[in-house]
Ligand binder design. Structure first.
Ligand code: THU
Length: 144
């Protein structure tokens, strides 16, 4: 990715808050196998921010990414709509939501700003650009 990175000063105040939340969450990552600490922060339709970190597992395959941990926190708080996403890692390479996380985020998001952040700066993307033509079903809106 050779695209120039944005500095924090170029972000909106809300975006800066999202990056700060993701950075804080990354400090709590349980990443003893990869040593790659990731934090994610989601802004819900209420304006509240929910965060998560990666939680690795000795089986490797049971590892949970930061983004999905944050989605679980948002849903457990009674929210259903994601407006903005930030994923932060201090180490290189910069993080990028994996395919599974993109699909899980898409369940709660029509489109969203996605910030990919690290100490060198921030990339801004639209969620639709990360997951065009997402698979979706149309269940009864009243279903839990
Ligand atoms: N990881 C995330 O939590 N989010 C990302 O966007 C990229 C990868 C985690 C999964 C695993 O714990 C570690 O980073 C290395 O892949």
């Amino acid at each position: 990715m050779s695209e120039p990175l944005l500095s924090l000063a170029e972000l909106t105040a809300e975006e800066q808050q999202l990056v700060a939340s993701a950075e804080l969450a990354a400090q709590r990552a349980y990443c003893r196998y990869s040593k790659y600490a990731v934090g994610a922060a989601l802004q819900a339709s209420s304006g509240r921010i929910y965060s998560g970190c990666n939680v690795e597992n000795a089986s490797y395959g049971a590892t949970l990414c930061a983004e999905r941990a944050a989605v679980c926190a948002l849903v457990a708080a009674g929210e259903r709509r994601i407006h903005a996403v930030c994923v932060y890692a201090r180490a290189e390479p910069m993080p990028m939501p994996c395919g599974v996380c993109r699909q899980v985020i898409s369940e709660f998001c029509r489109d969203a700003t996605v910030l990919v952040a690290g100490p060198r700066g921030v990339l801004r993307r639209s969620f639709k650009a990360l997951l065009p033509d997402a698979f979706e079903l149309s269940p009864d809106e009243d279903a839990p």
